[in-house]
Ligand binder design. Structure first.
Ligand SMILES: [Zn+2]
Length: 493
């Protein structure tokens, strides 16, 4: 029999991300093609989340009776800027829905913290902390959260400056970051001379020092993750760091240095944005990051979220399990990270996690299990650009979890190919050009031979090539045997 002490020794947390709520779903003002009442409200690839789907998801969260809800950002539908909705309209609506979710009450009746995503600024990716317009937009959203009771006045006061704040509980600090500030895609483009955008590194460091001094633990919560934009690389191959990485490398180094120095107090890092479940086990960082799956079905994934179990006394992560809907509005329990990756202990040891992630490149069963979580509860080949994941794709996905440095990721992929019997099925541009030139030559010779046959030529001699008359003769057509056939057809039987 399990004692009550063991049962209460863990704390369960809901981890949600990327709702991309579209209140105008099913109307002419909806995002993308879901503009009629015929659009299924339970999830259509290419569309964002309907009011019905978000309510189903949050009702399912309520039934789980978790202690906290952590939300990874991208509250708003895509292209909110052109939706005609007021700045705080969506945050007001969604904040009320979040506030009404039932938690177990062990840490208050509202136990919620959330980051902002690149779609929560307007236009997407646009945030300028020194501009009145950006600050006004941010304030409207933060105040909507505060009015709904999701933020205290102190938390709102901090968040209004740059979008980051700390949610403090008895044994845990959730340090909420606005990681868009470190992204290549931030607009207006930030000069490389800015070493600490909006003083977020100074904030992170001082908060982690407070956590260490108070003997607590920290969870980091942000939206845009560090590392590789896997989907982009799977679609178009490796290009350049600004094309393929989410964060600028100098900000990644600054971030990693801070987390590594405080890795004894950081329990876990959580990010969203990719809409694909992943574990990041980067050596230079030293602490596990989880990329949360999405509720929005826009990128062909199932609507899904995670339940995380932590050891209460020190917030060591034990396991995360996915809950998902197969686009029918019903949520199911899916596999857990421990089961998928065949890990026997909890998820707190980075070296053990690294070796488990590495095995995904060679262990077909573990890879199959992991793909279920990656795609949102069940394997869905359509989440990959080519609607399938070949060896190259598999190695890119695995290496994007093992390494965050651009060169290291590519070396990792090459190493997996070197260790396997699979040849990388990537053809170099030189080979493609040679094949193309050869094909054109073969075609030209074929056309020449056909013209020779039709004009009655029988000899292919080099000296002919210099004679204009010979080339002209190719354009003439010798009377063919079809006339003979016609005559023959008239021969009386
Ligand atoms: Zn998103």
């Amino acid at each position: 029999m399990i004692s009550a002490a063991v049962v209460t020794a863990s704390v369960r947390v809901t981890l949600l991300s990327d709702i991309h709520y579209d209140p105008q779903y099913g109307t002419t003002k909806a995002f993308s093609q879901c503009v009629t009442s015929n659009s299924s409200v339970w999830g259509v690839a290419g569309c964002d989340t309907s009011p019905q789907l978000i309510q189903r998801a949050l009702d399912d969260v309520s039934r789980q009776g978790t202690s906290f809800i952590f939300y990874g950002g991208d509250w708003q539908r895509h292209d909110y800027h052109n939706s005609g909705l007021a700045p705080a309209a969506l945050f007001t609506d969604l904040s009320e829905r979040f506030r009404n979710v039932t938690v177990d009450g062990s840490h208050g009746t509202v136990a919620f913290s959330a980051s902002l995503g690149n779609n929560d600024v307007v236009p997407d990716y646009y945030f300028e902390w020194e501009s009145a317009a950006s600050v006004q937009e941010l304030t409207a959203r933060v105040q909507a959260m505060e009015t709904a009771g999701l933020l205290t006045a102190t938390e709102a006061g901090v968040m209004e400056k740059c979008g980051y704040y700390t949610y403090e509980k008895a044994t845990l600090h959730v340090i909420v970051l606005h990681t868009l500030l470190w992204a290549f895609r931030l607009r207006p483009y930030l000069s490389d001379a800015v070493a600490d955008p909006c003083s977020q590194f100074a904030f992170l460091k001082s908060e982690l020092q407070k956590v260490r001094d108070s003997g607590k633990r920290a969870v980091i919560l942000g939206h845009v993750p560090p590392g590789l934009d896997t989907y982009k690389v799977l679609k178009g191959g490796f290009k350049t760091p600004p094309d393929d990485l989410y964060w600028k490398p100098e900000y990644l180094s600054a971030y990693d240095a801070i987390i590594y120095a405080y890795k004894d107090v950081v329990a876990l890092q959580l990010f969203g944005h990719t809409h694909r479940f992943a574990l990041q086990v980067f050596p230079a960082n030293g602490v596990l990051s989880i990329i949360l799956p999405a509720i929005s079905p826009i990128f062909s994934n199932n609507p899904s979220y995670l339940l995380a179990d932590f050891r209460e006394k020190d917030w060591f992560l034990q396991d995360v399990r996915i809950r998902y809907s197969t686009r029918d509005g019903v949520f199911h329990a899916g596999t857990s990270a421990k089961a998928a990756l065949k890990i026997s202990a909890d998820l707190a040891s980075l070296p053990q996690l690294r070796s488990a992630v590495k095995k995904l490149a060679t262990d077909d069963e573990a890879w199959k299990n992991y793909l279920q979580m990656y795609c949102g509860g069940e394997t869905r080949p359509e989440v990959f650009p080519g609607e399938a994941c070949d060896a190259h794709c598999r190695y890119v996905v695995v290496c994007s979890m093992l390494e965050s440095n651009y060169t290291s990721i590519q070396n990792c992929v090459a190493d997996f190919f070197a260790d396997s019997s699979e040849a990388p099925c990537r053809t170099s541009p030189g080979v493609v050009a040679t094949i193309l030139i050869f094909s054109v030559m073969v075609l030209a010779v074929a056309v020449l031979l056909v013209r020779m046959a039709r004009s009655g030529q029988t000899t292919l001699a080099c000296h002919n090539f210099t004679k204009v008359g010979w080339w002209r003769s190719l354009l003439s057509i010798r009377p063919t045997s079809s006339i003979v056939v016609e005559t023959e057809l008239h021969v009386p039987a």
